[in-house]
Ligand binder design. Sequence first.
Ligand code: HEM
Length: 508
Amino acid sequence: MADTFPTLIATFFVLAVLILFRRAFSAPRLSFPPGPPSKPLIGNIMHAPTSGAIWEVFSQWKEVYGDLVFLHGLGNNILVVNSLETTNELFEGRWKTYSHRPRFTVVGELMGTEKSPVFMPYGEEWRESRKLINMALNQGAIKRYHTVQEDIAALLNKDLLEKPNDFISHLRLAAGRVVLSVTYGLFAENSQDQYIKDAEEAMDVIGKGMAPGTFLCDYFPIMKHIPTWMPFHWRKEAERGRKAVRRTVELPYFAVKKMFSENSAPPSFTMDLLSLGINDLKSEEQAMLAASAMYGAGTETTFATSLTFVLAMAMNQDIQKKAQLEIDSIIGTDRLPTIADAPQLPYTMAVVKETMRWHPSVPISVPRQTSEDDVFRGYHIPKNTMVIPNVWAISQNTSNPNQFNPDRFLYQNDSLNMIDPSKWIFGIGRRICPGRYLAENSLIAIICGILSAFDILPLQNEPIHPKFSPKHISFPEVFPCQIQPRSCGKVELIHSRSAEAKVHLHAK
Ligand code: HEM
């Protein structure tokens, strides 16, 4: 012992010198990407916008700091990515580091969405769920939903004919019907349908809760242990969200399971999963969550985009007329367009693309999280940084971005030229939206169906000042417009096609 003590002291001394030497002569620590000036301890917490459209604030920062904007504070780091090229470099080129999702304490843990494929960290469990979802939504598989999507567009036209002023709830119902049908084989009779209402409520709380800065508990996860009876706003929201999420996850799934056991389940994603055999609780929960992820992620996003279309048409009569003229000349006036007609309707497809660009329905996408430290363009990006692609900034990277102009997708080499939004509004890399092909077809069916049958008109003496909700899934706030059938012939067509659709959908 007498011999080892001096040896230990000497070893300790040598190690200490080595560490000091290394610190002194190793490369200086890389800096974080630029960002708004931070305060000691709290960092940029005061910069987290608590109201308004967060993507507009991010875009203002882009003007000052560029493509990469870094915020930090209270142990949290956020990297905002403001261009398509940089998002591609990170999410495609460095997918191993940038494919995780951040942990949201309130939306994830307390509302019970953390095991949903949308919020899961990248890994084996995510891959398994994603494989199931891709089975239902890959480019080949979605062809079998064309008729359902066209039928639902026909029912939407009937609803618009009967109660044109309720167009917002009709559009939400149409978007929900498509995903409800694909996921569960269920049919929602009207907009008061319980499944539609539950999904709407769940997405409302989730959408609010995902904007950075909404809940203090996301900065101080320890607060989740505060008893439920204490009067914190986020506690109440978490409880409301948890109940709505659970209803969305369980009710439609168990309805299909019951029909499956009685051999009466219509074809659907959930029926396919049940046919594969669900043997234990874990896989039952996984199946329920995969199905509800499709339903939750697919409904509000599609609704938001179709409502943006109605707003754009009310404000741009000349563009609407041009698309109607194209549809009339190619399709004729005695039938409604189908999804298969899309390649023959280039101008109308440019209207669909411009709708997706003009106001992307998920303007800050779904955030990612780094799984390890990274060095990018000479900057240090720490492990566990939340990475937010500013999709809205990408949508603005064209001339006159506020102007609704489908021509930007028609004329190559023009200064208006813009990259097809389907390459960026659905995300990038491994976590890209698996529902993108289905969503595009729903939009084609809905938009072509409306253009073919109706005129969307502004109201006299009521100018439209477009405003969009500042939520995670963003859609136009209420605006004045009038929706009227284009002719008596169209009224007849709406009646006959919707009657046919009802027969198809009820026969499923
Ligand atoms: C206009 C309609 C839609 C838009 C704009 C949209 C947009 C997005 C975006 C931006 C993401 C995040 C991607 C990323 O992290 O890079 C996403 C993820 C997702 N979307 Fe969509 N989506 C739409 C429709 C749908 C539909 C119809 C479904 C299913 C029926 C769906 C299911 C999903 C799922 C399950 C995820 C999570 C993917 C993952 O984390 O692995 N989406 N979507």
